[in-house]
Design a protein around this ligand. Structure first.
Ligand code: CTP
Ligand code: MG
Length: 225
């Protein structure tokens, strides 16, 4: 059964990046996995989680036409609003936020995380509805060392979590937080909201929910999809 919440749910799927670490000519969000572009996999997961969700997709300015053609080629008919991205993820999210109001809940999700589970999405929305903010995290499985001026030292791994998306917030909180001036620490939405003075609640993510970043990640994603 499809889940239909009573509060408005919006997801801003950010795919406005260049994918430089992937080192492919086509940006990684458009690479095909099982014959379907990564970004289409990602959009589909959100629609199958909630058939009423508002979907906003942020794309590089140079890729708008390409995306239209890809949608035609793949007969991709899921309704979504396309918005131009910016030079940083922060700017891309901010552009997306112009098309959402102050009501309901907003999730921000990386377009290159097609393996997010319905359970992760649902838990994030529920926790954000309860507390205002929710982000999915997983444990680090490897040991962690901190680099300092004299070399490095081991740290207590249990004190660290790896952060995923979707990061979900009450709309009024996220809109206000994104009025701040950009600082380089803003690599995700939680950093922006936290810097605005609001506590971030952690929920359990799913381990498969990797951010496709390097050619190695593509192989993993292909195997898991
Ligand atoms: N993103 C975006 N706008 C930007 C930069 C990033 O919307 N100016 C999006 C990416 O498209 C991606 C997500 O934010 O879906 C996470 O960013 P990342 O994995 O770093 O993607 P890229 O910036 O594209 O990759 P790279 O850093 O390797 O160039
Ligand atoms: Mg990047």
């Amino acid at each position: 059964m499809m889940y239909t919440p009573d509060k408005t749910e919006t997801v801003i799927i950010v795919a406005g990046g260049k994918g430089e670490r992937m080192q492919t000519s086509v940006p990684k969000q458009f690479i095909e996995l099982k014959n379907i572009p990564v970004l289409m996999h990602t959009i589909s997961v959100f629609l199958s989680y909630n058939s009423k969700i508002n979907i906003i997709v942020v794309l590089p300015q140079t890729q708008m036409e390409n995306w239209r053609e890809l949608c035609k080629k793949h007969a991709f008919t899921i309704q979504h609003l396309v918005v131009k991205g910016g030079d940083t993820r922060f700017e891309s999210v901010k552009n997306g936020l112009r098309y959402v109001g102050n009501k309901g809940l907003i999730a921000v999700h990386d377009g290159v995380r097609p393996l997010v589970s319905h359970h992760t999405i649902k838990t994030c929305f529920e926790e954000a509805e309860r507390c205002g903010t929710a982000i999915p995290v997983v444990d680090a499985v490897e040991s962690i060392r901190q680099i300092d001026d004299d070399g490095s030292c081991s740290v207590d791994r249990s004190k660290f979590k790896l952060v995923q998306t979707p990061q979900v917030f009450k709309a009024e909180i996220l809109q206000k937080a994104y009025e701040q001036v950009f600082i380089p620490l803003f690599t995700d939405d939680a950093a922006v909201v936290e810097n605005y003075g609001i506590k971030i609640n952690l929920v359990k993510g799913n381990r498969e929910n990797i951010k496709i970043t390097t050619p190695f990640d593509l192989k993993i994603a292909e195997a898991l999809l």
